[in-house]
Design a protein around this ligand. Structure first.
Ligand SMILES: [Mn+2]
Length: 522
C-alpha cells in the first residue's frame, strides 16, 4: 500500500478516535441525586446534616479534590467546602416554613478563583439548574438554620465518627463542629442507612460504573498483550494507568497491584519494584475510578505466555471455585464467610477439595481473604457486607489461592450485577479461562510496550499515542478501516506464531494494531 494512503488512514483514525472520546467527570442527572435525597428523607424523623470535604484533607501538592462519597452520592457536587441539610416531615404540632433541602456553598471568592478556577456559588443565576437544589445558601448561614431546626426537631442525623476512623478524621471534625454549636441536640448515625442505599445501584450510576469496568478491562487486555519476562512490575502498571487516564478516568480506584513471582502471594502488594521473570505468574489487580465509580478486576497471567503445569493446576482450581460460585449466584445468596446461603463457603469448599500443597495438605488454608465485596463510589463499597444479595447490587467474586513457598498466587476477580433471577457478568469480555488468557497474550501488543522497545518504522508522533490507547473502540475502528487481510498500516494481520514462549517479546514490540478477530473478548 502506498505510503500516502497509510498516512491518510492514520489521520482519519485520529479524528474518529478523538471524536469518540467521552467527557471526563460525567455525573448522573440531577433527578437521580434528588430521588436519593427523597428516598433518604422518607426514612428520617430528624434533619440530616452532611458535610463535604474542604479540600484541606490532604496536604500533598499532587492532591486533586475528590468529594466525600456519601455527600457525592446525594448531591453529585464535586467542589470544596459544601454542606447539606435535608428536612423531613415535621412532627405534629410543630412547623418549619423553610426549604426541605438546602445546599450550603462557600460564597464566591474571586481571588481564590484566579488560582483554582471558577466554582459554583450561592447567588449564581444558574445555581439551581447546576446543583439540582432549589435552595442554595452561603455556608455561613448553616449554623443559624441548624439552630432554628433544633427548635422543631429533637434529633439530627449525621455521619458519626466510627471507632478507629482511619485517615483524615472528617466525621469526627464535623461532629465536633456540630456539637459545639448545638450542645443539646441528639445526633444519630447515618452510615447504615446510606450504606444500605448505596448497595443497590440505579441505572444512571450503573452506567458510570460500567464505564469504569470497560476502561479497566481495556487496560487488562493491554497488560495481557504486553506481558513478558524482563518488564518491571511498575511498567505494566504504568501502561494500565495510562489507559485509564487517557479514557478520561480521574484516578486509580486503589493502588495498582502487579505482583510477579513471590509478590503474587502478597494480597495488597503495591511496591511494584520487581523485574518479571520467565516462569513467574503475575497477579494484576488494577481498576480505574471513572466519574467517581470504581472497578476492581484481577487477572493472573503467566509471564511468558504459557502457564506451567503446576500454575495451570492451581489456576483451574481458582477458576473452578469462581464458576461454582457463579453457578449459585442469585438474589438471597450472601458473600459472608458462614451462615446460610454463604457463597464464600461454596468457594472455600471447592478449593479445599481440589488439589494439595507440597505436603499433601488441602488448599483451603491458602484462600485467606473474603470472597468479594460491593463496588461503587468506593472499591470496598459502603454497607453491610453480609446482607443478602438483591437485584441492582454490584459485587466482586474473587477467589484466590496464595502459596508463598511456591511463589505462586492466583486470584481471579470479576464483577457481577445481581439481577432478578441470577446475575450479569459485567467483566465477561475479559479472558478468564486458561485458553482465553493464553490466546489473548499471544496477540500483538498494539502499543509501545516498553520504554526499551524501538518504535516501528512509519508510525511516529501523535499516531503512536493514539495507538497506545489499545481500547476496544480503537480496535474496532482499526478493524473497520483495515484493508482486507491487513491492519490499517497495510501489513498482513497474520499472527506471529508463538514458537518459543520463553523468549517471546524479548525483542522489539510492534506498534501496529492487529485488526483480527475480537471473538475472544466478546
Ligand atoms: Mn476486590
Amino acid at each position: 500500500m502506498p505510503h500516502r494512503t497509510r498516512l491518510g488512514s492514520a489521520a482519519l483514525i485520529l479524528l474518529l478516535v478523538a471524536g469518540g472520546a467521552t467527557r471526563a467527570r460525567e455525573r448522573e442527572p440531577n433527578a437521580s441525586y434528588a430521588a436519593r435525597r427523597a428516598q433518604l428523607r422518607a426514612m428520617l424523623d430528624g434533619p440530616a446534616v452532611l458535610f463535604g470535604y474542604t479540600g484541606r484533607e490532604d496536604a500533598s501538592p499532587s492532591y486533586v479534590f475528590h468529594q466525600e462519597e456519601n455527600f457525592y452520592y446525594l448531591t453529585g457536587h464535586n467542589e470544596e467546602g459544601a454542606a447539606m441539610v435535608i428536612v423531613p416531615d415535621v412532627p405534629a404540632g410543630r412547623s418549619w416554613n423553610g426549604p426541605r433541602e438546602i445546599l450550603f456553598l462557600p460564597p464566591r471568592n474571586p481571588m481564590a478563583e484566579r488560582w483554582d478556577g471558577p466554582r459554583i456559588a450561592p447567588g449564581d443565576a444558574d445555581v439551581a439548574a447546576r446543583t439540582g437544589f432549589g435552595s442554595v445558601r452561603p455556608f455561613g448561614e448553616l449554623e443559624d438554620d441548624l439552630k432554628k431546626l433544633s427548635e422543631v426537631f429533637d434529633k439530627f442525623y449525621l455521619l458519626l465518627p466510627r471507632e478507629g476512623e482511619e485517615g483524615y478524621p472528617h466525621y469526627r471534625i464535623w461532629h465536633d463542629w456540630f456539637k459545639a454549636r448545638l450542645p443539646g441536640a441528639k445526633s444519630v448515625d447515618l452510615h447504615a442507612m446510606l450504606g444500605a442505599m448505596r448497595q443497590v445501584k440505579i441505572a444512571s450510576e450503573l452506567k458510570l460504573l460500567e464505564k469504569a469496568i470497560e476502561v479497566s478491562m481495556d487496560a487488562h487486555l493491554a497488560a495481557m498483550r504486553m506481558m513478558r519476562p524482563g518488564l518491571y512490575e511498575y511498567q505494566v502498571a504504568a501502561r494500565m494507568e495510562y489507559i485509564h487516564k487517557f479514557a478520561g478516568c480521574e484516578r486509580e480506584g486503589y493502588a495498582p497491584i502487579v505482583g510477579a513471582g513471590f509478590n503474587s502471594t502478597v494480597l495488597h502488594y503495591n511496591k511494584l519494584e520487581r523485574q518479571i521473570e520467565d516462569g513467574d505468574v503475575v497477579v494484576l489487580d488494577v481498576g480505574a475510578q471513572c466519574d467517581g465509580y470504581v472497578a476492581d478486576i484481577t487477572r493472573t497471567l503467566p509471564a511468558n505466555g504459557k502457564f506451567s503445569p503446576r500454575q495451570r493446576e492451581i489456576y483451574e482450581i481458582v477458576l473452578g471455585a469462581q464458576n461454582a460460585v457463579l453457578e449459585a449466584l442469585r438474589p438471597g445468596m450472601r458473600l459472608s464467610r458462614s451462615g446460610p446461603n454463604s457463597l464464600f463457603k461454596i468457594a472455600y469448599d471447592y478449593i479445599n477439595t481440589h488439589g494439595t500443597d507440597r505436603e499433601g495438605r488441602s488448599l483451603g488454608r491458602y484462600f485467606i481473604h473474603g470472597l468479594g465485596h460491593h463496588v461503587g463510589l468506593n472499591v470496598h463499597d459502603a454497607g453491610d457486607p453480609g446482607r443478602p444479595l438483591e437485584p441492582g447490587m454490584v459485587v466482586t467474586i474473587e477467589p484466590g489461592i496464595y502459596i508463598p513457598e511456591e511463589n505462586l498466587g492466583v486470584r481471579i476477580e470479576d464483577i457481577v450485577l445481581i439481577t432478578e433471577d441470577g446475575y450479569q457478568l459485567l467483566t465477561a469480555r475479559l479472558p478468564r479461562t486458561i485458553e482465553a488468557v493464553e490466546r489473548e497474550m499471544a496477540r500483538e501488543e498494539t502499543g509501545v510496550a516498553s520504554s526499551r522497545a524501538a518504535p516501528a518504522a512509519g508510525l511516529h508522533g501523535p499516531a503512536s499515542i493514539f495507538i497506545m490507547t489499545g481500547g476496544t473502540e480503537l480496535r474496532a475502528l482499526l478493524k473497520g478501516k483495515s484493508p482486507p487481510g491487513g491492519d490499517f498500516a497495510g501489513r498482513p494481520s497474520a499472527k506471529r506464531p508463538d514458537t518459543n514462549p520463553g523468549a517471546r517479546r524479548n525483542g522489539q514490540s510492534d506498534t501496529t494494531a492487529s485488526g483480527d478477530g475480537d471473538s475472544a473478548r466478546r
